[in-house]
Design a protein around this ligand. Structure first.
Ligand SMILES: Cc1cc2nc3c(=O)[nH]c(=O)nc-3n(C[C@H](O)[C@H](O)[C@H](O)COP(=O)(O)OP(=O)(O)OC[C@H]3O[C@@H](n4cnc5c(N)ncnc54)[C@H](O)[C@@H]3O)c2cc1C
Length: 314
């Protein structure tokens, strides 16, 4: 254990893992080592880990399923906190059924569990491989719905150790953004309260199957990060990348999917640099050909090589 991690390790009951590859904590299966990593499997553990990094001024990053993150090959110097909290409470007596779930809940598992309880309104999230906290943070959405349409409130932990309940409007949601995402304050979603509707399980499952079939038909399988770019107003990033002739374009092991041009796949042990340079190349080409600056939807952590990487068209 490096010196600066020793006090943190003690504060966290000796549960820090060292020099862990982050590739297994991201859906693209990419990422170098974390100096230290902590799995927060309860709300209490998450709370303690956050207070520990805040009180010791240790660099850290909180991650959910790493489904929206490109982590550099050099990894992360500091503590990675992986949110695996997954408790759930049902409040079904009122007119509107409410569910309070921990922010580390995987969305796919949560949607299935809600279906078993005959609670609808969350079917759209059943194919998104992130956590509830990541979805509240980034206003995840699909099939015409988004977090903003089901979130009643969320409990937020601040750096002073206080928690606050924020009603949905306080998040100032926009397309894949929220006040949390735009803020420089380290605010963390601990739990979210979802406003649902009573619905027969078969109806919920049928809708989830339709959505998942649509996903399978239009999106590539395998290791990836979902949509790389936000859709520019009035257009689709995938359409622009395809129109730029970049479907199948590869740099190293990273490739623009042949199935959906806004998905880049880790085709052959891609490095984070391969991915990064593919993103830069696509942005440059789309800007050159159509005058549109594509903005990334994914977030990048760490340093990426600025050297030129040459790609090729399949
Ligand atoms: C195959 C595939 C399909 C996808 N489809 C969709 C889709 O249809 N719609 C869509 O919107 N997205 C989609 N995504 C992207 C991704 O799943 C979402 O952005 C998801 O909400 C990210 O959640 P996460 O837990 O993985 O967050 P991570 O990627 O781990 O983290 C992303 C950011 O959220 C922050 N964060 C995570 N948890 C918390 C918390 N509890 N409190 C505060 N901040 C937090 C992190 O610090 C980080 O800055 C897809 C991704 C993949 C790989």
């Amino acid at each position: 254990m490096t010196d600066r991690m020793a006090p943190l390790n003690e504060m966290l009951g000796g549960r820090l893992l060292r020099s862990v590859s982050l590739a297994r904590y991201t859906t693209a299966r990419i990422g170098g080592p974390a100096e230290a990593l902590f799995i927060a499997d309860t709300r209490q553990a998450l709370f303690q880990a956050l207070l520990a990094v805040w009180s010791t001024n240790t660099p850290y990053h909180l991650i959910g399923e790493g489904s929206n993150l490109l982590i550099s090959d050099s990894g992360f110097q500091g503590l990675i906190i992986v949110n695996k909290t997954c408790e759930i409470e049902y409040h079904l007596d009122g007119q509107i059924p409410l569910v309070i779930a921990d922010s580390g809940f995987n969305l796919v598992k949560l949607a299935r569990l809600l279906a078993e309880h005959e609670l609808g309104g969350f079917e759209w999230a059943g194919g998104i491989p992130g956590t509830l906290g990541g979805a509240v943070y980034g206003n995840a959405g699909a099939h015409g719905a988004e977090m903003a349409s089901v979130l009643e409130s969320a409990s937020i932990l601040h750096q002073n150790g206080k928690t606050e309940s924020w009603p949905c409007p306080r998040f100032e949601y926009g397309y894949r953004t929220s006040i949390l995402k735009r803020s420089t304050e380290p605010e963390v979603v601990l739990q979210a309260t979802l406003r649902l509707e009573r619905k027969p399980e078969e109806e919920i499952r049928a809708l989830m199957t339709t959505f998942n079939n649509r996903r399978k038909a239009t999106q590539p399988p395998g290791a990836n990060l979902g949509s790389i770019f936000k859709n520019p107003v009035g257009d689709h990033a995938g359409r622009l990348v395809e129109a730029a002739g970049l479907k199948g374009f590869t740099i190293g092991g990273a490739a623009v999917s042949e199935k959906h041009a806004n998905f880049f796949i880790n085709a052959q042990n891609a490095s984070a640099d391969d991915y990064y340079h593919l993103i830069c190349h696509v942005q440059t080409e789309v800007l050159r050909q159509f005058g549109i600056a594509l903005e990334t939807e994914i977030e990048m952590i760490g340093n990426f090589s600025q050297e030129n990487h040459h790609g090729k068209q399949n």
